[in-house]
Design a protein around this ligand. Structure first.
Ligand SMILES: [Mg+2]
Ligand SMILES: [Zn+2]
Length: 186
């Protein structure tokens, strides 16, 4: 197994600062999402989405709405040659203090429990926010920050406790880094 962990909002789809993606009509792919995920698929990576969706816990949309978005997203990606291997969501609110809301690593642990261990030191986590980088590092993974979502400027990283190994403009650039780095390690 060759997993690559991706956050969803701000990496694959648009990041909405003051709202959640509550239904499929609000979901919008980022410009390089198809190309980036297709590249990863073609290079044999198992794409795993790890995403916080607290809007469910807040009652703004249901698990069924989330499943519908996920299904349509996967169908659309498939049309463009990109395959999603697994999708893991934390649907809790911050106040619930669950162990799966990023920056906690519960979803990565769940993935390992269900799919088995892999070479973590050779595996990437890609996200647009500080919590993604923290989750990746705490899980023993390599990290890439993309500037296509919550984080807009490289300078923002300076105040973070957990800093990304790489910074890319978008998921397509991140895919190129992952493919190059993986070849180096072979
Ligand atoms: Mg995000
Ligand atoms: Zn949770």
């Amino acid at each position: 197994m060759k997993p690559v962990f991706l956050d969803r909002d701000g990496v694959i789809s648009i990041f909405t600062p003051d709202d959640y993606i509550k239904k499929w009509s609000e979901f919008e792919f980022l410009p390089t999402a198809f190309e980036g995920l297709k590249k990863l698929t073609e290079n044999g990576f198992d794409i795993v989405i790890i995403s916080n969706q607290a809007g469910v816990g807040r009652g703004l949309f249901s698990i069924e709405d989330l499943q519908n978005i996920t299904q349509k997203m996967q169908q659309e990606l498939k049309k463009h040659g990109a395959e999603i291997y697994k999708v893991y969501y934390c649907v809790h609110k911050k106040e619930d203090d669950c162990n799966c809301r990023k920056p906690k690593i519960g979803l990565i642990e769940q993935f390992i429990a269900e799919n088995g261990e892999f070479e973590r030191e050779k595996t990437f986590f890609v996200g647009d926010a500080d919590v993604d980088i923290e989750t990746g590092i705490k899980s023993g993974l390599r990290t890439i920050l993309v500037l296509s979502g919550k984080t807009k400027l490289v300078d923002e990283v300076q105040s973070w406790n957990f800093k990304p190994e790489f910074i890319a403009n978008n998921i397509k650039e991140a895919a190129d880094i992952i493919i190059k780095e993986t070849k180096k390690g072979e």
